[in-house]
Structures are given as structure tokens and as C-alpha cells.
Design a protein around this ligand. Structure first.
Ligand code: ZN
Length: 142
């Protein structure tokens, strides 16, 4: 016999504390990213483990630098650091909004499977293409 809701609140139950903590974390991260330049190697920023281990760029490499450029209105420089993430920014913002709305209202939200699978395939293809020797837009560093 299953124990209902042993650790999870029932469906439809809002989680305002989780939402507030998440929004606070996002605000702190965005604020830091706006003032700290990820191109500066002395800035305290996480490094990509794949890039550190292999020298290859993963699909999200350059994402912090891209976000820094977008926060400063520099779209072309942002695209140079990670073209896919710039292209997907509206979708990613929509997903963050849906997650926040889900936490605020308690409504259930699941990312549709087919678009998620398509996104995974695109990300894997991007991870290959951006590491080709002839790919012109390599992520920039200071
Ligand atoms: Zn990476």
C-alpha cells in the first residue's frame, strides 16, 4: 500500500517558498552575471567539465558569456559565444516562466516529449558542429 504524499504535496498545491527561493537565486545569478565578466578569467565562474577535460565545447559552452552579452544588449557578441542558446533564449525563458507559474499556482506542467526529444537532438548536433575545425564562431575568452 502506497503512502500518499509522504514527501510531495498533493497536486494543485502551490509552493511559494520554493518559488521565492528560486526567483531569489535567479536574481542573484543574473545580477552577478551583469556585473562580472565571464571573459575575465579572474572572475569567479563555473568552468565546463567537458571543456576542461577534453578541450571540446559542449552544447552549452559559452552560455555564461552569451548571457553576459545579452544582458548588455550585445546580441552579435552573444551569438558568437553560443548561437544555439541565443536562438533558444525565448523558449528557455518560456520554460522558466512555466516552471515559476507551476510553483506559484500548483498546476502541473510537463515539457511535451516530442519537442524535448527534438531539442535534445538539436543540442547534440550543435555540440558536434561547433567543434568542427571550420566552424567560424568559437566561444570567446578574455
Ligand atoms: Zn561546456
Amino acid at each position: 500500500m502506497a503512502v500518499p504524499y509522504a514527501t510531495e504535496p498533493p497536486p494543485g498545491h502551490p509552493r511559494p517558498g520554493v518559488l521565492a527561493a528560486g526567483l531569489t537565486g535567479v536574481a542573484i545569478a543574473v545580477g552577478y552575471l551583469a556585473v562580472a565578466d565571464p571573459h575575465d578569467r579572474t572572475a569567479i565562474m563555473p568552468r565546463c567539465p567537458l571543456e576542461l577535460a577534453t578541450g571540446l565545447d559542449c552544447p552549452s559552452c559559452g552560455g555564461l558569456r552569451m548571457a553576459h552579452h545579452l544582458l548588455h544588449g550585445q546580441v552579435r557578441a552573444a551569438a558568437r559565444d553560443n548561437l544555439l542558446l541565443v536562438a533558444l533564449s525565448p523558449l528557455l525563458l518560456h520554460l522558466v516562466y512555466r516552471l515559476a507559474r507551476s510553483l506559484a499556482t500548483g498546476e502541473r506542467y510537463e515539457v511535451p516529449r516530442r519537442p524535448a526529444a527534438a531539442l535534445l537532438i538539436v543540442a547534440l548536433a550543435w555540440g558536434i558542429v561547433r567543434n568542427l575545425a571550420r566552424w567560424p564562431w568559437k566561444p570567446t575568452l578574455g
